[in-house]
Design a protein around this ligand. Sequence first.
Ligand SMILES: [Fe+2]
Length: 395
Amino acid sequence: MHDLQKIEQQSKKLVDEIRAAGLKAPARIIFGVGVFAQLEKLARELAGGKPVFIITAPFLAPQAEALLRVLPGEVFARVEGEPTVALADAAAEQARRLQPGLVISLGGGSVMDTGKAVAALAVNPGSVRDYLEGLGQRTALAAAPLPHIAVPTTAGTGAEATRNAVIAAPDAGVKRSMRFDGMLPAVALLDPALTLSVPRAATAAGGLDTLTQLLEVCISAKRKPAVTALALQTLPLVRNALPACCEHPENLAARSAMLLASFISGVGLANAGLAMAHGISAALGALHGVPHGLACGILLPATLRYNRSACEPELAAALASFLNECTVAGASIETGIAEIERLQRQIGVPGDLRHLRLDAAALQKIAAGSMGSSMSGNPLPMNPENTLAFLQTIS
Ligand SMILES: [Fe+2]
């Protein structure tokens, strides 16, 4: 069977398992080359006769404008990096004036996160900051968010499968989530053809984010058997497909495998916890602007070694799966981590933080800023002191 067909078949099997296990996931999951053509029909169904509000990145504005030729609505094409409070509030303000019936996000994780926040804020009062975990005072949404169709154009965060939006609050020097059940997109429209033009660096960083998420959901203190089962079936795809996407960007089968892996990693993190690579990545992003996927990719091998004693059987199983080995042997751990390091080098990602030249004060701030919800799922209990000691070993 053709590789592409195999992956589409695997996507159906995994979606069946998601439903059978009752995991939180978009009500409709549509995966396959060419499914983007269904967007107009889906949008008409969900918008209830009202305008649509499309969130996207500047370089995708022409595609979004093209949709407006067939769907009434407006475009917000200003999401260039990971969203800030000011950006999400500006998008929400435009949405409140338009009063759309549907939000469509067309882009990467930052765009989809903005879409999730705006779908909620369009029909609820206040700034996004009021709803951020650990920063704001509002702990519930008065009105259910608008329906949202998430259309990823990159493989990485799996943001189309999650119910949180990560927003940077530069005044507080942190990134925090706005997180409510109703923020889960109604539809994940997953068309691998949309990811063919992603540049190499973003492909590598996104793929490492996916890999980190798939491994961390297996070892997290908040792990769940149904999520681990999904991750173990998805990890073998990543080992071959990630370098293939970097070396041969037009390889549609490899792009399909990574988009599917990214989506499953998102389902994983929405239903189980992550671990310290994600905890520290949040601080590295907020304080030093290191892109999320890159930060995860740098930290992954060292954090797996650090946690080994606290999650040996789970880590061995996950890495055996990644290596596509049938046997779960202790040797898989070292071989698996070494393979991740080889992958890092192949796709040009550093293995430590030395290039950032962080001084003692900077490391202390990163350690203190790493204590978000991902860190609370780390196999070894973490605090700012042991996080600082870990950071010193890779800086
Ligand atoms: Fe991530």
